[in-house]
Design a protein around this ligand. Structure first.
Ligand code: ATP
Ligand code: MG
Length: 255
């Protein structure tokens, strides 16, 4: 199963990814959590310590590896390189495990605004594609709202696109944007999870603005989640109420 979680900044993507990953790992599934957000912080939410995270180099910063695989040299960087680098060994080599979940940190590519096609970019896109199409682990991706590293073929193979929203117009607007973008990329279905809800009115706010059969469920606003974040801990270990709600959401994904 391949799951991509997206949505506006700060809505709770990383929280949802970390708890879902924890739940699947507890069942004994081989889970690969992939941090595709340029502002990556999934590691902390999965329970890695700062010291452990300092040891992890994002793939985008592995200049020698990227040069080797794409065949680009420092001089030719950005000019001539392979657009189909071999990447199948990369998840196993570079993912790090914590509490039964493996984490792969992709990192950021400076695109300088204008859709750059550089070796780093090709490499990340190729890895995402491999994870979705060619790797047999259960992959959960924590992505920004831009769907940057998803090409057409890859996007169509993702089983679940989950857009996290909160009770507010801006994150709902992002949902509509992602839905359009996802449609253009050949995504079959886009789901929504309403997070940080505090009341029936909050649920209604989201229900009224989201297509009925897109809505997977809700996660309540929870002080436990805030506290876990303050302690640089995992919401899965500490947020019991939220974990139960996410279990219901997971049940709807089947398998
Ligand atoms: N259900 C919730 N109740 C209370 N706080 C929450 C809840 N979900 C997330 N938060 C808090 O909201 C903040 C943002 O959450 P999170 O990092 O998961 O969002 P994100 O969408 O991944 O953000 P970013 O776009 O910055 O990556 C965190 O401080 C988190 O603890
Ligand atoms: Mg995040």
């Amino acid at each position: 199963m391949k799951i991509a979680v997206t949505g506006k900044g700060g809505v709770g993507k990383t929280t949802l990814v970390s708890v879902l990953a924890g739940l699947y790992a507890r069942e004994g599934k081989m889970v690969l959590a992939v941090d595709v957000d340029p502002d990556s912080n999934l590691g902390l939410a999965l329970g890695f310590t700062e010291a452990e995270l300092a040891e992890i180099t994002p793939i985008s910063e592995m200049t020698d590896l990227i040069a080797e695989r794409t065949g680009s040299t420092k001089d030719s960087f950005g000019k001539f390189f392979k657009i189909n680098p071999q990447v199948f060994d990369i998840p196993d080599r570079f993912a790090r495990e914590k509490n039964g979940v493996r984490l792969l940190v992709m990192g950021t590519v400076e695109t300088g605004g204008g859709g750059c096609v550089c070796p780093e970019h090709v490499m990340l896109k190729r890895i995402v594609s491999h994870l979705v199409v060619g790797d047999d682990s259960l992959v959960i991706m924590d992505m920004e709202a831009g769907l940057e590293h998803l090409g057409r073929g890859t996007a169509g193979m993702v089983d679940f696109f989950i857009v996290v929203t909160e009770p507010g117009a801006r994150s709902i607007q992002t949902y509509h944007r992602i839905k359009k973008l996802a449609g253009d990329l050949g995504v079959k279905k886009v789901y929504v999870v309403g997070n940080k809800v505090r009341s029936e009115a909050d649920r209604l706010f989201i229900k009224e603005r989201v297509e009925e059969d897109d809505l997977l469920g809700f996660i309540s606003y929870s002080d436990e989640v805030i506290d876990a974040d303050k302690r640089e801990g995992s919401p899965f270990e500490t947020g019991e109420a939220v974990t139960r709600e996410i279990e219901l959401i997971k049940a709807k994904l089947g398998k």
